[in-house]
Write a protein that binds this ligand. Sequence first.
Ligand SMILES: [Zn+2]
Length: 171
Amino acid sequence: MADVHNKDQRRKNMRAIKSADTSIEVRVRKMLWHAGYRYRLNVKSLPGTPDIYLPKYRAAIQINGCLWHGHNCPQFVLPKTKTEFWKSKITDNVKRDIKNAETLQLQKIRLLVIWECALRGRGRLDENYMLILLERWLSSEKTLAIVDKQGAKFPDPANFISQINPALAIH
Ligand SMILES: [Zn+2]
């Protein structure tokens, strides 16, 4: 019985995390829409079902929750209960993210990953600044961009792993 309860609780936790991710995603969409960009949402035909896809720019945008996607930042804190469960769940997510980033690259689709910590919490970026970063990237030729609260970086796609929290031992 206790285990059934735990499973229920876990499901609730996961749902809470996912819907929190959705709310920051909506802010990014609105930002782009008001600036005149047109896009498609949750494009299932592309690897990883990108949150936002701008066909004109062949550019996909993923908004990643720092816990759920294993960011190497202070917002990544493994839950104290069921730690191993979460660790393996998140490790699976990260492996999938890496694979999807590679496949997008093969399809010549550019990818911008915005980490949750750039949009929420202490030290988040100003929304106007965020829009400037997005526009700069869209009009650039850069394949991969990462936005966190330090701003934008452009790692080599093979180096995507450098973003991931070492606690997940994916390296
Ligand atoms: Zn983060």
